[in-house]
Design a protein. Structure first.
Length: 201
C-alpha cells in the first residue's frame, strides 16, 4: 500500500501532506500530554516495521501487505498508534525507499490516520456490542480498517492522472484485494489484542 514517487498528482500529494502533518502533530501532543511513553511507541513501530516486510503483488500496479494500523491504535490508543505508524513510515521512506518522499503524506494518511483511527473506533464499537470479545473486536478492526485504508489509497491514485488507471479500476482493485488479504491482518490483530494488555484509552 506504500505509494511511490510519481503516482500522485501534486495537488493530491500536497493536500495529504498538510492533513497528515496536522493530525500527526496533534496526535503527538495528545499522546505525551496523556502520559504516553516513548518506549511503547518504539516497540510498536519496530513490530509494525517487521510485519510490513511481507508484501504480495496485486493487479493494478501496487501491492498488499500487513499494515498494523488497527493493532497500533488498539494497543496504544489512536494518538499513540498514529504516532507509531508515522515513525515507521518515515523510517521506511527515508532509509528503505519504501514509499516515496512526495507520497509520504498520502501514505501517512492511509496507514497512520485512516487505518489507525477507523480500526480503533471499530474495536471499541464491537467490544461494546459483543460484551468484550477481544478477538472478534480485534479481527473486525484489523480486517475492515485495512480495507478502508486501501479504498482511500485507490481514490488517491485514481484521482491522479499520471497513475494511468481511473477510479473505476483503482478503487475496486485495492478494496477487493485488501478485503481478501485483510483477513490475515484481521486474524493477526485479533490474536494479538486478545493476549496482550491494551494500554490505550
Amino acid at each position: 500500500m506504500h505509494i511511490p514517487d510519481g503516482f500522485l498528482s501534486p495537488l493530491v500529494a500536497l493536500s495529504l501532506y498538510i492533513i497528515s502533518l496536522i493530525v500527526v502533530a496533534y496526535s503527538g501532543r495528545r499522546y505525551f500530554r496523556e502520559g504516553g511513553d516513548i518506549y511503547y511507541l518504539s516497540v510498536m513501530a519496530a513490530g509494525i516495521f517487521a510485519a510490513q516486510m511481507l508484501n504480495w503483488p496485486i493487479p493494478g500496479g501496487t501491492s498488499a501487505h500487513l499494515v498494523g494500523g488497527a493493532l497500533a491504535g488498539v494497543i496504544l490508543g489512536p494518538f499513540g498508534g498514529c504516532l507509531a505508524m508515522f515513525m515507521n513510515l518515515l523510517v521506511q521512506c527515508v532509509l528503505m525507499g519504501d514509499g516515496g518522499i512526495t507520497a509520504l503524506g498520502a501514505n501517512a494518511f492511509n496507514m497512520a490516520v485512516v487505518d489507525v483511527f477507523i480500526g480503533y473506533l471499530i474495536y471499541k464499537l464491537v467490544m461494546r456490542m459483543s460484551g468484550g470479545k477481544k478477538f472478534v473486536a480485534g479481527f473486525l478492526a484489523g480486517w475492515l480498517a485495512i480495507a478502508a485504508a486501501a479504498v482511500v489509497c485507490g481514490v488517491e491514485i485514481g484521482l491522479s492522472p499520471q497513475f494511468g488507471y481511473p477510479l473505476s479500476v483503482t478503487v475496486p482493485v485495492m478494496g477487493t484485494w485488501h478485503l481478501i488479504l485483510g483477513l490475515v491482518e484481521g486474524v493477526a490483530t485479533g490474536f494479538i489484542v486478545s493476549r496482550v494488555e491494551v494500554i490505550g484509552k
